[in-house]
Design a protein. Structure first.
Length: 100
């Protein structure tokens, strides 16, 4: 079995040395978890205001969805029944004409 093992060539790098590594591979990494260049970066104003607008829209949507919900002391979540809309005679006639 030993005869099939490749003999090391003099001057050839070992397999660990021949692997490519990105620049800075052997440098110690920063322990504080942030880069100095990124700490001074400020987001553009349009991005900040856009995120604020999205947060407000999400809060408004959640309010609209859960405003009719109530939680009982036992933890059961129920919704208030939505009111029935009774169309007037004129609206019923318009709906019939549209359906034709």
């Amino acid at each position: 079995r030993e005869r099939f093992r490749a003999a090391p060539v003099s001057g050839a790098p070992s397999p660990q040395q021949s692997m490519w590594r990105p620049p800075g591979w052997n440098q110690p990494e920063q322990k504080d978890g942030r880069n100095d260049g990124d700490s001074q970066y400020e987001r553009p104003a349009i991005e900040v205001w856009g995120m604020r607008a999205v947060v407000l829209l999400v809060i408004f949507a959640l309010y609209r969805e859960f405003k009719d919900a109530s939680i009982s002391p036992t933890g059961q979540i129920t919704r208030k029944p939505r009111p029935q809309i009774h169309p007037t005679q004129q609206e019923e006639e318009q709906q019939r004409q549209v359906a034709k």
